[in-house]
Design a protein around this ligand. Structure first.
Ligand code: NMX
Ligand code: MLT
Length: 464
């Protein structure tokens, strides 16, 4: 099987036609720009939603205030990337002969161009990435200079920020590039940055957990599998498939999740993808967001240790009630938009049923999936008592010996930057504005809602 992969990719590298994402995007821009121009001209002041007091105080949940063409989350069917569900992405995207799962290069091609890739397109994207996968030397120095206690997400975000010095977009801006063309060097930055991510993730892993074993990519392997190869798992075919699965399903989740929104906000100031992606990763590092994959495995292992294995349903419910009573969340459960089990959880569950059905931690995941929706539902306040992507991803890594849960969010970020860089390039190509919503004081809100409480309006006059 490895031989078939090698032949396909190596052959492609030798004889591929140069892939020009720029040309494909450029051809689509007039049509997109004219659609948006039409909407703004004819409906510029027409409301498409409203904001309630609850939403303004409650993290803007459900407010429709961002636009992106790259992906959209359906509360029941989950993420659709360029219109394709997770299941369709896994079934339809091209893969190398003998591989169970598709190439991330095909997904990046789809996200960037909105065109469904052929195998040749996917391999061309992989080959393009291969040209830029080496890290600058100062990244290694930076990682070594950090305290050993530094969290892998701190290292990941810092390393990306340090590479801002490579930004072609920042240089082009200084040279006076037109705003209309700014997306072109941003696209180059996006390719160069995403190309390096598996090498960077593996370098961080090896630095922290494998006494600085060098992370040198295998030129015959694809982007996702190369991470596995570089952490010493090149011979573990199932783990390489897991790398592919992980990188495909975490790649994007519309524009309103905390890391995408952070990244978009930063990028809207015309800063480059190194700045905006590093910022997005800092949001991903929070336990209510991407760090939940670390927290979920830790919670499962505590559960296992308490009951010496898989607890009864009653014991599990007690453990969950204890977590809630301590004022903590159940990691991996709940969602800001989804209102049913996350399809990204389900495809990982299927992978586990196929590849590791007897794994003891997977047995816990199954038991928790049976019990937790009931426990959370009883609280009466949790809008989605079902598992999200993070309820199982760490369990799969743990099974294959990647047991350091603190590392899991780096893998999430490696995949998620495929989405964030695509959003950034397209937002710039579409000339999207700097973000600058208004904030109110509670006094102004009171004045709007209960004006009788005040003898004369004062700050309200500043509200437009
Ligand atoms: N455990 C305990 N309480 C929860 C949970 C949970 N898993 N999910 C929601 N709640 C609480 C929430 O804190 C809120 O409480 P309060 O009114 O006291 O502030 C209440 O239920 C209503 O919250 P929702 O409207 O259902 O959820 P919201 O949109 O505010 O939050 C999450 C969404 C994802 C932040 C929340 O479900 C959560 O904290 N989940 C656990 C952490 C997690 O798995 N995060 C990963 C999300 C996916 N990702 O990768 O980013
Ligand atoms: C994500 O993948 O970003 C998470 O599911 C969080 C979200 O969508 O809010």
């Amino acid at each position: 099987m490895t031989l078939e992969i090698s032949e396909t990719i190596e052959a492609m590298v030798k004889k591929r036609a140069p892939l020009s994402l720029e040309v494909i995007i450029e051809a689509q821009l007039p049509q997109w720009r004219s659609r948006v121009k039409h909407l703004l001209k004819n409906y510029g002041t027409t409301p498409i939603g409203q904001i309630t007091v609850e939403q303004a105080y409650g993290g803007m949940r459900g407010v429709h205030a961002l636009i992106t063409e790259i992906s959209h989350v359906d509360p029941f069917k989950g993420i659709r990337m360029r219109g394709y569900t997770v299941q369709e992405i896994l079934e339809k995207l091209p893969r190398c002969a003998g591989d169970e799962l598709p190439l991330a290069g095909g997904l990046y091609y789809l996200l960037m161009t909105n065109s469904f890739p052929s195998l040749e397109d996917a391999l061309s994207m992989e080959a393009l990435w291969r040209e830029y996968q080496e890290l600058p030397g100062y990244v290694h120095d930076l990682l070594k200079a950090m305290p050993t206690s530094a969290h892998p997400m701190t290292l990941f975000s810092q390393a990306i920020l340090s590479m801002q010095t490579e930004s072609e977009a920042a240089r082009a801006y200084q040279d006076g590039i037109s705003r209309l063309d700014y997306w072109r060097p941003m696209l180059k930055d996006a390719i160069s940055l995403t190309a390096k991510l598996p090498t960077l993730a593996a370098t961080i892993y090896n630095h922290k957990y494998r006494t600085d074993a060098p992370a040198i990519p295998d030129p015959t392997l694809d982007w996702s599998a190369n991470f596995g190869f570089m952490i010493g798992k090149g011979n573990e075919t199932d783990y390489l498939e897991l790398c592919r699965l992980f990188m495909l399903i975490h790649a994007d989740q519309e524009n309103g999740n905390a890391s995408a929104h952070t990244s978009h906000l930063v990028s809207s100031t015309l800063s480059d993808v190194y700045y905006s992606c590093s910022a997005g990763l800092n949001a991903l590092a929070g336990p209510l967001h991407g760090l939940a994959n670390q927290e979920s495995l830790r919670w499962l292992l505590k559960l296992r240790d308490r009951y010496n294995g898989v607890p009864s349903k009653a014991e599990l419910a007690d453990f969950a009630h204890e977590t809630l009573a301590a004022g903590k969340v159940i990691p991996g459960y709940g969602h800001g938009v989804l209102r049913s089990t996350d399809p990204r959880f389900l495809v990982q569950y299927d992978f586990a049923e196929k590849h590791l059905p007897e794994d003891p931690v997977f047995q816990l995941v199954k038991q928790v999936y049976e019990v937790m929706p009931g426990v959370l539902g009883e609280t009466g306040k949790i809008k989605n008592p079902y598992p999200n992507v993070d309820a199982i991803s760490g369990t799969l890594q743990h099974h294959y010996g990647v047991k350091q849960s603190a590392f899991y969010t780096v893998l999430f970020g490696t995949s998620r930057l495929l989405g964030l860089t695509t959003h950034a390039v397209w937002a710039r190509a579409m000339g999207m504005s700097i973000e600058r919503p208004r904030s109110l004081t509670t006094e102004i809100v009171e004045e709007i809602l209960e004006p009788v409480h005040y003898e004369e309006p004062h700050s309200f006059r500043y509200f437009e």
